[in-house]
Design a protein around this ligand. Structure first.
Ligand code: FAD
Ligand code: NAI
Length: 508
């Protein structure tokens, strides 16, 4: 009984601690301290983008050391790992968005934000041209923003490889608008298939959901889609539920090429149980408004043309360069051999450019284009810039102390010399900043039916695991990583709501 009483007390104290912590965080968010105003004598640091790379930089940057200007067409940060869950309404889209204005307001030094797209960078004049595409005025406003230091974190676009019909007929899965479009389109297919006297072939087409690309985006989306039909549609519209099919098309011999062999096999067998059909070694060549045409390689080496009629097509075949990045690369001769993005050195400086750094999917630093890499790069740059500001401050201090030593009569030269030595030691420590080193924490992916796969680094080794326990690990890992306490509570609430009442299938 004593042990039970102690357990109860500890639980009570921990719960109280969590409540106090959450309450304090919310209070701080709602009542931010006054900010250090803009100081025109400081250097202007322009950050392009509000994604993983740029926001990680902003989060850790001592903004009082610079005039920070953030420019992005998106006035929020998006937690992409939970985006596939928004396509079915498991999670509401606003739960994984964090307004950039609250991130900027939480900083000690003032941060300026412009909702605009950077259209070009003039590396010689050190100017970024920006464009406001807002509908409110009916025209486009263009202006210039000068910079002393520039960080490019604009991410990447969806790759289509110029395959005919892809842009016109597919849905992508990169932004909130994409997830909303998919959510609407799924229900459009379902309601149209359930319409009176639909021909059987048309019902089969409408309820055939095709996903192209067997990378983590395609796999996670296929899993979420299957859950949606099994958990909700089957119960609410049982008469059409048996006709529902999901097909995943992948050009390579297997899905999830970046995961270990054991997890690839586990994913493929789980998809078989979930009746998601996988077509590997199948390369899509053309898309029309109702069909996907592909070329499948047969075991004997011959090729076969396959046609998949579809109701919904989701295209998830990876990344390509944004026009801004392509143009910037073309204006820097040292970038001429780079194909996949801005080539950067080990301090993330864009090669061949002065005072320009790049982070995330638009930078080529030798790592995969993931949120993990982008956020570590952003954090590294924040440390670098904080150190650079301290360096300038210390150098100035050493100079002032040295001149007082030489010129001012009556100064205690021993104590000034000690101060100079101390400042020089600090300066040396700061200047010794190590190059960027990526530390891989592992890869996680949801595969449907409350199962996930994880390749996790553990005590210098690698642990591969798949199943329901991994799914709980996946959920808790992402819940701990979402941007703010507000996001955390909203995501928890969405999961609970969907578990209790099912997903909301109304079409907006
Ligand atoms: P982004 O996060 O894409 O941000 C780019 C920013 O630049 C955006 O704010 C955009 O609006 C802005 N921008 C675009 N053009 C301009 C312009 N011209 N001027 C100014 N700003 C501009 N990675 C993981 O590690 N784990 C995961 O679980 C995971 N899940 C994912 C799930 C999905 C569905 C997707 C699509 C990706 C996922 N990723 C995941 C990959 C991860 O999201 C990206 O690698 C990451 O977002 C890259 O960060 P970034 O800062 O380079 O770009
Ligand atoms: P990807 O590049 O990882 O995969 C795209 C797949 O599409 C490839 O396997 C490719 O072979 C295939 N493909 C290309 N053209 C094709 C065609 N014509 N026909 C059929 N298949 C074709 O792209 P994805 O999944 O969008 O991921 C992009 C980045 O984001 C990756 O670095 C990925 O690791 C990361 N990401 C990570 C997630 C996670 O860790 N859970 C989730 C989503 C994305």
């Amino acid at each position: 009984r004593t042990a039970f009483r102690w357990i109860w007390r500890l639980t009570y104290i921990s719960a109280l601690g969590v409540f106090v912590y959450i309450g304090y965080e919310i209070y701080q968010d709602r009542n931010p301290e006054p900010q250090v105003p803009r100081d025109p004598s400081k250097k202007t640091l322009v950050i392009l983008g509000t994604g993983w790379g740029s926001v990680s930089l902003l989060k850790k940057l001592d903004t009082e050391n610079y005039n920070v200007v953030v420019i992005s067409p998106r006035n929020y940060f998006l937690f992409t790992p939970l985006l596939p869950s928004c396509t079915t309404g498991l999670i509401e889209h606003r739960s994984i968005m964090e307004p950039i204005r609250s991130i900027c307001r939480s900083k000690k030094g003032h941060v300026t934000f412009y909702e605009a797209e950077a259209s070009s960078v003039d590396v010689n004049r050190k100017i970024v041209k920006i464009r406001d595409n807002s509908d409110i005025r009916g025209d486009t406003i263009e202006t210039e923003v000068p910079y002393d230091m520039l960080v490019v974190g604009v991410g990447a676009e969806n790759a289509t490889f110029g395959i005919p019909g892809v842009r016109e007929n597919s849905c992508f899965l990169k932004e909130i608008g994409d997830a909303q479009q998919i959510r609407k389109k799924i229900m459009d297919c379902v309601e149209t298939a359930a319409f009176k006297d639909q021909p059987q072939a048309e019902i089969d087409r409408l309820l055939h959901m095709v996903v192209v690309g067997g990378g983590p985006t395609g796999v996670e989306f296929a899993g979420e889609l299957r859950d949606f039909f099994e958990d909700d549609i089957r119960k609410l519209i049982p008469d059409i539920a048996d006709r529902f099919r999901v097909t995943l098309i992948e050009a390579l011999p297997n899905v999830l090429p970046s995961f270990s062999k054991q997890l690839i096999e586990y994913t493929e067998s789980t998809f078989k149980e979930e009746e998601i059909s996988i077509h590997t070694k199948t390369m899509v060549k053309k898309v029309t408004d109702k069909t996907v045409e592909a070329e499948a390689s047969k075991p004997d080496g011959t090729k076969e043309r396959v046609v998949f009629p579809y109701g919904l097509l989701v295209w998830a075949t990876g990344n390509t360069l944004r026009p801004l990045v392509r143009d910037l690369m073309a204006s820097i001769p040292a970038q001429k051999d780079s194909r996949r993005g801005l080539a950067v050195n080990e301090y993330l400086v864009v090669q061949g450019a002065r005072d320009i750094w790049a982070v995330g999917d638009c930078a080529v630093a030798g790592y995969a284009p993931t949120a993990q890499v982008a956020s570590q790069e952003g954090t590294f740059l924040a440390r670098l810039f904080n150190n650079m500001a301290k360096t300038a401050e210390l150098e100035e201090r050493i100079q002032t102390l040295s001149s007082s030593l030489n010129l001012k009569p009556g100064v205690d030269s021993a104590s000034v010399s000690r101060e100079i030595e101390d400042a020089e030691r600090k300066l040396q420590r700061i200047k010794d900043i190590k190059p960027f080193h990526y530390s891989h924490q592992g890869s996680l992916a949801y595969i449907g039916s409350e199962k996930a796969v994880a390749d996790v680094s553990w005590f210098n080794g690698n642990v591969a695991s798949g199943g329901t326990m991994t799914y709980y690990f996946w959920r808790s890992a992402y819940l701990s990583m979402v941007f703010s306490t507000r996001n955390r509570l909203l995501v928890l609430n969405d999961w609970l709501k969907s578990k209790l009442f099912g997903r909301d299938i109304s079409r907006e």
